[in-house]
Design a protein around this ligand. Structure first.
Ligand code: NAP
Length: 294
C-alpha cells in the first residue's frame, strides 16, 4: 500500500474503493470485501444513495473505523452555510460515524457560486471543529479554484476530477499542484468511457491498444496498468467495482512499476475530450435532487 500526504499533513491510501453506481444492495458487500482485502479508503457521496450501506460494510468488515479513510461529498442542493453543516449530520448519521476523514463539495455550480462559497465556509467550520480531518472540492476547474481561493481561509486538500488516459486534464493537475491540492482521479480506469447506458459512441480506454500492449508486457490487466500510471504520478485513485475478483485485482498494483517511457506513452493518449458533464454548464437539475435525512 502507498500513502499520500495532504497539504495539512493527513495521510490517505493512494488506492481507495469508489461506490458510484454501486447499488445499495451491492455496496455493503463491496465495502466489506475491499476492507478485508486491505483497502483502507472508501469514496462515497450523498448523491450515490449508499452512504448507509458503506457504513454497514465498514462495520461488517471488523476493521476499526479509525483505520479507514472515509470520504464523502456534499450535493449542490445542500449548499449554503447552515444546509452544508446539516449535510455533514446527514452523512455521518447514515455512515454511522462521528467524524469524516474528507468532506468535499461535489460540483462547482459556477452560476450560483455564492452558494459554493457559503458551503465551503461550512466545511471550514467543520474542519476547525475537528469534525472532518480534511476538506476539498470536486470537478473544480482552475478558474473555479481561483474564485474559491479568493475567499477561502483553508486551501482545499483535494480536488477530485475526471482523470483517465483519454482525459488527463493537465491544466487542472498543474493548478492543483501549484496550490498544494492533491489530484484525485475519478473514473481512474476509464469507467466513464465504457459504463453501460451512457451512449454507444464512446471508445473504451480499457481496450486501447497501447494500454493493452503495456498490460500484456507486464502480465497485468489494463485496469491495473491505468491504476499504476495514476499512483506513480502521485494521484489518488478510487476505482469502483462490486465484483470481488476485480476489487482484489484493483488493489494488486503495488508490486510492479511502469517505466518513464510507458508513463509517457499513456500520457500521450489524452484526447482532451471529457466523458462526463462539463463543470461549467449550469445544471438546474442538480438542485431538484433532495438528499434524504439520516
Ligand atoms: P471506474 O472506477 O474508472 O470504472 C468502474 C467500472 O469499471 C465499473 O463498470 C466496474 O464494473 C468496472 N471495473 C472495475 N474494475 C475493473 C477491472 N479490474 N477490470 C475491468 N472492469 C473493471 O469509474 P467510476 O466509477 O466512474 O469512478 C470511480 C469512482 O470515482 C466512483 O465510484 C466514485 O466514487 C468516483 N466518481 C466521482 C465523480 C465525481 O463527480 N466526483 C464522478 C464519477 C465517479 P464492476 O463493478 O462490475 O467491476
Amino acid at each position: 500500500m502507498i500513502d499520500l500526504t495532504l497539504n495539512n499533513g493527513v495521510t490517505l491510501p493512494a488506492v481507495g474503493l469508489g461506490v458510484f453506481q454501486s447499488s445499495p444492495e451491492d455496496t455493503a458487500a463491496a465495502v466489506e470485501t475491499a476492507l478485508r482485502l486491505g483497502y483502507r479508503h472508501i469514496d462515497t457521496a450523498a448523491a450515490y444513495g449508499n452512504e448507509r450501506q458503506v457504513g454497514e460494510g465498514l462495520r461488517a468488515s471488523g476493521v476499526d473505523r479509525d483505520d479507514v479513510f472515509l470520504e464523502t461529498k456534499v450535493w449542490p442542493s445542500d449548499y449554503g452555510y447552515e444546509k452544508t453543516l446539516h449535510a455533514f449530520e446527514k452523512a455521518t448519521g447514515k455512515l454511522g460515524v462521528d467524524t469524516l476523514d474528507l468532506l468535499i463539495l461535489h460540483q462547482p455550480v459556477p452560476d450560483r457560486f455564492e452558494l459554493v462559497v457559503d458551503a465551503y465556509r461550512a466545511l471550514e467550520k467543520l474542519y476547525a471543529d475537528g469534525r472532518v480531518r480534511a476538506i476539498g472540492v470536486s470537478n473544480f476547474m482552475p478558474h473555479h479554484l481561483e474564485k474559491l481561493l479568493a475567499s477561502a481561509s483553508v486551501v482545499p486538500a483535494v480536488n477530485q476530477v475526471e482523470l483517465h488516459p483519454y482525459f488527463t486534464q493537465p491544466a487542472v493537475q498543474a493548478a492543483n499542484a501549484q496550490h498544494g491540492i492533491l489530484t484525485q482521479a475519478w473514473s481512474p480506469i476509464g469507467g466513464i468511457t465504457f459504463y453501460p447506458g451512457w451512449g454507444d459512441k464512446r471508445v473504451s480506454v480499457m481496450q486501447d491498444p497501447t494500454i493493452v500492449e503495456i498490460a500484456g508486457q507486464h502480465g497485468r490487466s489494463p485496469a491495473q496498468v491505468m491504476l499504476r500510471w495514476g499512483i506513480q504520478q502521485g494521484r489518488s485513485v478510487i476505482p469502483k467495482s462490486t465484483n470481488p475478483e476485480r476489487i482484489a485485482q484493483n488493489f494488486d498494483v503495488f508490486d510492479f512499476s511502469l517505466s518513464a517511457e510507458e508513463l509517457a506513452r499513456i500520457d500521450a493518449l489524452d484526447t482532451g475530450v471529457r466523458g462526463g458533464p462539463d463543470p461549467d454548464v449550469p445544471r438546474d437539475a442538480f438542485f431538484d435532487r433532495v438528499i434524504d435525512e439520516a
